[in-house]
Design a protein around this ligand. Structure first.
Ligand code: SF4
Length: 371
């Protein structure tokens, strides 16, 4: 299906860097990140969140390192984590060195903010010694003073200029293992800044709309901003920022990638908004299926539609389709690989769909393992 011309996205050519074992940029799949909000010094609490994020599909997880207790805990967190850990550092170059020594896969740090040339060199040396990449993370809310004076207010040009200034410091030290983000809470500003940065360099870009809000608002903001950029081929890794559970950030990140056919993970359920024609309770069915199928990582497509108006058509495009058989009929049609197959209804319907999806997921996993 992806070969259809109207669905094709040509990705910007970027350098490839490594965040631990995860490649970012070049032809690497677009990775999904999130960030813990426990105290990093609480190793068990933080690892619990990291594991939950990884189970939801996160490829990379970031933890803040505001103090020495945090970097001291980092070693155990890195050791227990199933995914590479990025250490978030602000201002203090010692925390950066400690984080690199503790095994962080990447440092989120702005080299222009850590003081003397010598300190920058020390951080870069620590990163080199420990195979640690970096992310320059420019944020509209914390732009450098001289750029605010020059531009009068945060704007896309100021974000790009700031990012390139920080990048130059690393380049001057012959260090190019980094990605860049230019986040803003305003979608227009963030998108314009990323476009400018994409045109000005070939570093991999970490996308995000910062301080995007709660689950609903943040999802919409991120889908618009991150989605618009990905659609243009810009972006190599992303984090959806939500004032919500971290697993939600990961889920929304994947939904954006799935909507653009950039990456598929887990079950994609196409379902109708329902109306008087529905042959079964579509809302309740989909809600239950989403919960019961959340553990599946294989890219299974499912369509759940209330009636024959659109059901057979959508079923043709999905691996498993269910179409309502008419009001009160309690007999709904199941399609397998687009072909009408058998009827199902009543209390056993959800269990039956779950079994079909799990079997399909096993087959896809086995086929992948055989490749
Ligand atoms: S598929 Fe049928 S039940 Fe669902 S919204 Fe459309 S017409 Fe209504």
């Amino acid at each position: 299906m992806t070969e259809r011309s109207y669905r094709q996205i040509t990705r910007r050519k970027s350098r490839k860097i490594m965040v631990g074992p995860v490649a970012v940029g070049g032809d690497a799949p677009i990775s999904v990140q999130t960030m813990t909000n426990t105290r990093t010094s609480d190793v068990e609490g933080t690892l619990d969140q990291v594991r939950r994020a990884a189970a939801a599909g996160a490829d990379i997880v970031r933890v803040s390192c505001p103090d020495e207790d945090s970097t001291a805990a980092l070693k155990a967190i890195v050791k227990g984590s199933p995914v590479p850990i990025v250490a978030d550092i602000h201002f203090n170059y010692r925390r950066a060195i400690e984080a690199a020594e503790a095994g962080a896969a990447c440092l989120r740090i702005n080299p222009g903010n850590i003081g003397s040339v010598e300190r920058v060199r020390e951080v870069i040396q620590a990163a080199r010694d420990h195979n640690c990449s970096m992310r320059i993370g420019v944020n509209a809310g914390s732009l450098d003073k001289h750029l605010l004076e020059k531009y009068g207010e945060p704007c896309p040009e100021a974000l790009v200029e700031s990012a390139l200034e920080h990048a130059r410091i690393l380049e001057d030290n012959d260090f190019r293992e980094f990605k860049i983000s230019v986040k803003a809470s305003n979608v227009f500003m963030a998108v314009a800044a990323y476009r400018g940065l994409a045109a000005a360099c070939d570093y991999p870009l970490h996308l995000g709309i910062t301080e995007a809000g709660g689950l609903t608002r943040g999802t919409v903001q991120s889908a618009l901003g991150i989605g618009a950029l990905l659609w243009e081929g810009i972006g190599d890794t992303l984090r959806v920022s939500l004032t919500a559970d971290i697993a939600e950030e990961v889920k929304v990140g994947f939904e954006i990638l799935k909507a653009l056919d950039l990456r598929h993970r887990g079950v994609k359920i196409i379902s109708c908004p329902t109306c008087a024609r529905q042959g079964f309770d579509v809302v309740k069915t989909v809600e239950t299926l989403e919960k019961r199928l959340a553990h599946i990582s294989a890219p299974v497509t499912v369509s759940i539609l209330g009636c024959v108006v659109n059901g057979p058509g959508e079923a043709r495009e999905t691996m498993i389709g269910v179409t309502g058989g008419g009001v009160g009929a309690d007999r709904n049609r199941v399609y397998l690989e687009g072909v009408s197959d058998h009827n199902v209804g009543g209390a056993e319907m959800i269990d039956h769909i779950v079994e079909l999806v799990e079997a399909k997921a096993r087959a896809l996993d086995a086929a992948k393992a055989g490749e």
